[in-house]
Ligand binder design. Structure first.
Ligand SMILES: *Cc1c(COP(=O)(O)O)cnc(C)c1O
Length: 825
């Protein structure tokens, strides 16, 4: 015990960063393992060893976090709060070890425990606090902000249950709760001194002060406590550590007095559950809203707690002088989910800090910035006025006032045009009036951005055109990106090493330099090494697919991969039709030019999304039929990987040959999976949609397999769309539909896939599956030919990685920083 006492003294006196040399790391690991966790044997699972290692590294992160904060305090600049209902972080250990450059020392320290770094890293649960692209974008952004040394804090929710775990039973998706905190989350540090109170329900009272000024008091509320949990976000080898602050809801200690006095002590205590429900679970809907009251509570809870946090820290330094507040603060809203922050900032400034409406509005509209993530109408959030009136009465008043003032501006710009006022109103009138959250975000923000060039174009020309006419200067594009640390260095170390051998290591933090490997695209030795890396990565994926799916993939075959949320607009169905088409060719013996391939599909369907779940079932039934047919084995193997998540993607993208990005044009705002695949040398087959367009421009049309209708053609196509005619006139599609309709894939479940068949044959099919089938098949035939020439394919692969420099989230964040946040002024 003398040992640990000594350590306590040391911790009290030493404010320096813990040393990162081999000895001190080993000592700290031992101390955490033997004392913090009280263990003495490693055990099968490596769980405690993982915790001890995480705590060891966290000590170093905490020290760097402190010095980062001190630097920022000494030299105050504009601070950014990135508000997001989702942060899809995945695992933290490998990323922290990479960014702090601790790998060699960690490996040595673990050798004493007879453990490999890989086996220990496996013990970590994914932090799955997000659905898909939007949440993963927030995570990539945090990495880039820290790497660029920008003062950005992420604000989110500490969901007790993250994105559900998916298993496949009889081909169907089954959801299981993701109890990711059960074994503890060693990276977080709770900061109870930063707790905030968030109000719900109650009513508004108006009173006049002695000066005759009217004040609004939101009273009779049921308050919930927001407790802060801070997660460190390390930059890449720059000693910067930023913070992701996640809020957990807890009950206040005040119990309902009447209940209490009536002797219902236990009932009153049990009511604590209601408060704790708010952060219990992530809503598993991607690109669609579901209108549940609890979701609105989550949105307000996050927005209010975060804004209070920032205002309190301002007031602690500058008292109630808000003159310079906007100069030193900016809020980035990740989609409309936290857009209630616009009204909440007004409320806090006016009700709590006594500002006049006009000064509060000036501050709000020069600090709020909004990122739009989708054009899909089902994703545009609207909240019922009745719900607002009950849950957030003071916020509703403020929204009404914002709207009244805004509609006057509309009336000035378009005098007498009442249709325009209705169309642009924050309130959608009708028997059930609704608040249009996207409009609230636009009106309250100084910047509105889309996430790829086409997406921003469609926003300004379509969905938000009225607002664009009113305020063209607000609108801008910021094409998404992904962090090359996680999505190349960490997940594909062999390729990263091969690249670094040729062009040095600066590309990791300066990803534009990846372009330099283009010089080697024609070098046969380099090409051979490039293929060997891919081969090795394919082996890793083969192992995963064997364990998870019971299907044997073969590294000599092309790996054709589509992983992403299951959604009709992403057109997994088109992929399935192509698989059936290949199977038809095999059955007919038409295999002369057939390139053997392994098709992998993965992704979660929202639990209430019937068609998406049926698409999973169809794919699994098709996979079963094909995998059990010995005729198909040499040519085609098909697997659905259950529980697609960040960690799975880290094995998938390095092993992929062909990246499927086949959404209906105009529907995928950007896509970021496409960028991860490209960085890792996969070739894209894709439509002119989202960032695919920019990917194709960067790599060159010859190095991208393009197909499908263009977004500007869609109106025309839809006007006289006749899928039945297309099917009748296209022999391949006709045969595919016949096989599907014959019940070949659902022999014991008659009629099961009728809704899918009907959707393809429906002249109102929004996703135009039949329309794009022919050009998709032709593009796939080009793919087959290209893959047969190994050297040619390798050149394409190298060129794709080399051209991916623009798709680093570092580039994206530099643009946010310069154009929106204006951090370097
Ligand atoms: C990158 C990523 C996504 C986004 O993929 P898209 O193909 O852009 O939809 C979704 N989920 C996970 C786990 C990811 O890593």
């Amino acid at each position: 015990m003398a040992h640990s006492k000594n350590d306590v003294c040391k911790l009290k006196t030493a404010h320096d960063a813990p040393l990162i040399d081999e000895i001190s790391l080993q000592e700290d690991l031992d101390r955490h393992f033997y004392y913090t966790l009280g263990r003495d044997v490693v055990g099968e699972s490596r769980l405690y060893l993982y915790h001890a290692l995480a705590l060891t590294i966290r000590d170093r992160l905490v020290a760097l976090c402190r010095s980062t904060r001190q630097m920022q305090k000494a030299n105050p600049t504009r601070q950014v709060a990135y508000l997001s209902l989702e942060f899809l972080m995945g695992r933290a250990l490998g990323n922290a070890v990479l960014n702090l450059d601790l790998e060699d020392n960690v490996r040595k320290a673990l050798a004493d425990y007879c453990s490999t770094f890989e086996s220990v890293a496996e013990a970590e649960h994914d932090a799955g606090l997000g659905n898909g692209g939007l949440g993963r974008l927030a995570a990539c952004f945090l990495d880039s902000c820290a790497t660029l040394g920008l003062p950005v804090t992420g604000y989110g929710i500490r969901y007790e249950y993250g994105m559900f775990n998916q298993s496949i039973e009889q081909g169907n998706q089954v959801e299981h709760p993701d109890n990711w905190l059960r074994e503890g989350h060693p990276w977080e540090i709770t900061a109870p001194d930063h707790s905030r109170r968030v109000k719900f329900f109650g009513h508004v009272e108006i009173y006049q002060d002695k000066q005759g000024r009217k004040h609004h008091q939101w009273v009779g509320t049921q308050d919930v406590l927001a407790v802060a949990y801070d997660v460190p976000v390390p930059g890449y080898r720059n000693d910067v550590v930023n913070t992701l602050r996640l809020w957990k809801s807890e009950a206040t200690d005040e119990f309902n007095l009447s209940e209490f006095n009536a002797g219902s002590y236990t009932e009153a205590v049990a009511r604590k559950n209601l408060a704790e429900q708010i952060t219990m679970v992530l809503y598993p809907n991607d690109s669609s809203e579901n209108g549940k009251e609890l979701r609105l509570r989550q949105q307000y809870f996050l927005s209010s707690a975060s804004l209070q946090d920032i205002l309190a820290s301002w007031v602690s330094r500058y008292d109630k002088d808000f003159t310079n507040f906007a100069k030193f603060n900016v809020f980035q809203l990740n989609d409309t989910h936290p857009s209630i922050a616009v009204a909440e900032l007004m409320r806090l400034l006016i009700d709590d800090y006594d500002l006049e409406w006009d000064s509060a509005w000036a501050i709000t509209t020069s600090t709020m910035a909004y990122t739009n993530h989708t054009l899909l109408p089902e994703a545009l959030e609207k909240w019922s006025v009745t719900l607002f009136a009950r849950l957030l009465p003071r916020l509703l008043e403020i929204i009404y006032e914002i709207n009244a003032r805004f509609l006057m501006e509309v009336a000035c710009r378009w005098p007498g045009d009442t249709d325009k006022q209705c169309a642009m109103s924050l309130i959608e009138e009708g028997s059930h009036p609704q608040i249009r959250m996207a409009y609230l975000a636009i009106v309250g923000s100084f910047s509105v951005n889309g996430v790829a060039a086409l997406h921003t174009e469609l926003l300004t020309q379509g969905l938000f055109n009225d607002f664009y006419q009113l305020w063209p200067e607000k609108f801008n594009n910021k094409t998404n990106g992904v962090t090359p640390r996680r999505w190349l260095s960490h997940c594909n170390p062999l390729l990263a090493d091969l690249i670094s051998e040729k062009i040095g290591t600066d590309w990791v933090a300066d990803f534009g330099q990846i372009e330099k490997i283009r010089r080697y695209y024609d070098n046969p030795t380099f090409g051979q090494q490039w293929r060997e890396v891919k081969e090795h990565n394919k082996q890793e994926l083969i192992d995963l697919v064997r364990v998870q799916c019971g299907v044997e993939f073969d590294a000599s075959m092309m790996f054709d991969v589509q992983v992403k949320r299951i959604h009709e607009y992403k057109r997994q169905l088109l992929n399935i039709l192509h698989v059936i088409y290949l199977y038809e060719r095999i059955r007919k013996g038409d295999t002369a030019n057939l390139t053997p391939r392994c098709v992998l599909l993965g992704g979660k369907a929202a639990p209430g999304y019937f068609m998406a779940k049926l698409i999973i079932k169809l794919f699994n039934n098709v996979a079963d039929a094909i995998n059990s047919d010995p005729l198909a084995k040499p040519y085609l193997r098909v697997a659905f990987l259950p529980n697609y998540n960040v960690t799975a993607m880290e094995t998938i993208c390095p092993a992929t040959d062909l990246s499927e990005q086949i959404s209906t044009a105009g529907k995928e705002a950007s896509g970021t999976g496409n960028m991860k695949f490209m960085m890792n040398g996969a070739i894209t087959i894709g439509t002119l949609d989202g960032a695919n367009i920019e990917i194709r421009d960067a790599v060159g049309a010859d190095n991208f397999f393009l197909f499908g209708a263009k977004s500007e053609e869609l109106t025309q196509i839809r006007a006289n769309y006749n899928p039945n005619k297309i099917i009748a006139e296209n022999q391949a599609l006709n045969e595919v539909m016949s096989l599907l309709e014959s019940g070949h894939f659902n022999l014991f479940e008659p009629g099961l896939f009728q809704p899918i068949i009907d959707s393809i044959r429906d002249s109102n099919d929004q996703w135009l599956v039949a329309y794009d089938f022919d050009s998709y098949i032709k593009a796939q035939q080009q793919v087959e030919l290209a893959y047969q020439d190994k050297e040619y394919w390798t050149r394409l692969s190298i060129l794709n990685t080399a051209a991916s420099g623009g798709f680093s989230s570092d580039r994206t964040i530099k643009q946010y920083s310069q154009d929106i946040w204006q951090l370097d002024q």
